[in-house]
Design a protein around this ligand. Sequence first.
Ligand code: FES
Ligand SMILES: [Fe+2]
Length: 372
Amino acid sequence: MTQSLAELLDLYNAAAPLEDAYTIPAPWYLDRRIEQAEREEVFGANWIAVGRIDQVAVDGQFFTVEIAGEPLVVVRGSDGELRAFFNVCRHHAAAVVNAPFGTLQQLRCPYHGWTYGLDGSLKGVPEFAGVRNFDREANGLIPVRVETWEHFVFVTFNPSAAALIAFLGDLPGRIATLDLSNLHFFARKTYTLACNWKVYVDNYLDGGYHVPHLHKGLNSVLDYKEYTIENSEHYSLQSSPMVSSEEHESFAATRTGDRAYYYWLYPNFMINIYEGVMDTNLVLPLATDRCLVQFDFFFKDVSNGARPANTKSVAVSDRIQDEDVDICESVQRGLRSRAYRMGRLSMRREGGEHLFHRLLAADLRRAGNSSC
Ligand code: FES
Ligand SMILES: [Fe+2]
């Protein structure tokens, strides 16, 4: 018998403390109704990172992005104002902007040529004379709330969400001490994985548990025993002292400093900081068993002279990512097996994952209530 959404949600006990807790159950990584509920109650309700401020620094600069099935365009207006819109034409729903990024004076739909100002207002409507009860003013692009913090642009589809700063809690204060303004964008890499987006987040949040087994190179520069995990309301910080080791030269050369900081912000954004180096990971669901992970790399020195060293650092990250991709896809296959239902969590390591599952369950509970 097929379980209802409410029954699926009841499989997880969010009230269990870490020592008694199970992971969220396998069907949550497989079921289309959970995916749909996440679109509404997770990606539709929270602040979601979508890009960087340097992508929209100048008037007319824009980027496009798709968040859980919603096409968006983020654009800096000629008045200097940053705005976000659904990238959906009010005529017959085509994407108005198709390029991933660039600079424009106006937004022109490629289908029938409707044009919109950078403020979203409908400007040009070819061959529409005689159409009755058509209010041009009411047919601008639909705006989306947008706010920024540090290098990052966030949107929310939730009109009643509290301001971004409230969602971030004490995160800005903590990260301020690391002075991210000294770091500059260098390169982006994207990966498509054959796994649910939550498998990738779980893997990130296991408190270093997999590092000695899966990432021998990375493990050589981390003091694994001293790894710490701290949970806050909407984020988790995993952090480790660094050690010097010549065991893996490329890691020793590119991962230096006293400490590594791995911040995860619910639901799908990670900020990884070493001395003079940062990368962010944005995890975007594509289907129940597919996700896109977007890495943006930042360095203190992005001059031409620093290019070889920066490229080497990106290549090191690429190796770690390859190891993570393989294991995440293996987990997704295992989640489909009749042999697996849900798993237990390490008290020492997997508190971040526990926070993720509880936040997710709290959001999905709203979908369960409305479906009953
Ligand atoms: S769909 Fe955009 S102009 Fe027709
Ligand atoms: Fe990993």
